[in-house]
Design a binder for this molecule. Sequence first.
Ligand SMILES: [Zn+2]
Length: 289
Amino acid sequence: MKQMDEFTAIMKARTFVNKVNPSAVPVSVEAYAAELSARVKYDKTMSAEEDGCSTFFNGKLVIAVNGNHRQERQRFTICHEVAHAVLGLPSEHDAASWSYAKRPPNEVICDAFAAELLLPFSLFKPHVEKSDIGFTAVEALANLFEASLAATASRFATVTSAPCAYVLSEGGKVRYCARSKALREAKAWIPLGVVLAERSLTARLRGGEACQGPQEIAADIWFSDWQRGGELLEDSRYHSPWDQGLSLVWFEDEEVPEQTNSEQRLTFENDGLAELDGVLPWPGRSRRR
Ligand SMILES: [Zn+2]
């Protein structure tokens, strides 16, 4: 099976979006299909768990989408099928599409491509920057762009200039994480496969506690090997039929805490650069010569 990495797929999605150049929100998914000269067929005979599929008829691409699904889901499906066509990746649609844990890698890649199409950077970024952070705001953006909450939250965390991360968990374990540039640069890392910390809002919602976000939580509850301290705000949505949690975490004042002295020393030793703050990690300069 052909494999493709997510970065390549996203670059191709951006090129494709630029070609179609959508200017209004919500974007026209028919315009994306038209770019491929594809016809979209709304099929009401599909079973509830089927999203869509692509076939060729007289040399023309036909995208069939489940006509019984909600519009927002149909829009995602159409963009997902466009992804298969543009990336040349075959479909593996046996597992339920909602389950991230069971989704084949190429399907995940087509989902990422679809999210880029539904929430194009140039149209989405200005809304993100004037929006509050948290699920109330992300729900409003999801409605505006007619996209799913998961796709919107993921794109939100990716494009915001604030230090913010989005996490999708399933069965109480982290399955996917998207981080903003500010958090990537600060090396705030949420490893895949780890069990949600008990004290996190998401784990408490999963445990049946009636709590409401956003709530304050120590940053090292979420980030692994985090030395800088600081408090995050965490907001969550939990969907019990799928045992799936969506989480947003961010630094409230939109500032990542400064590096600690030990981290700075580490950076210094790794880089072998000039002294930081005038304090040398070894006594005297003579040994440097
Ligand atoms: Zn697919």
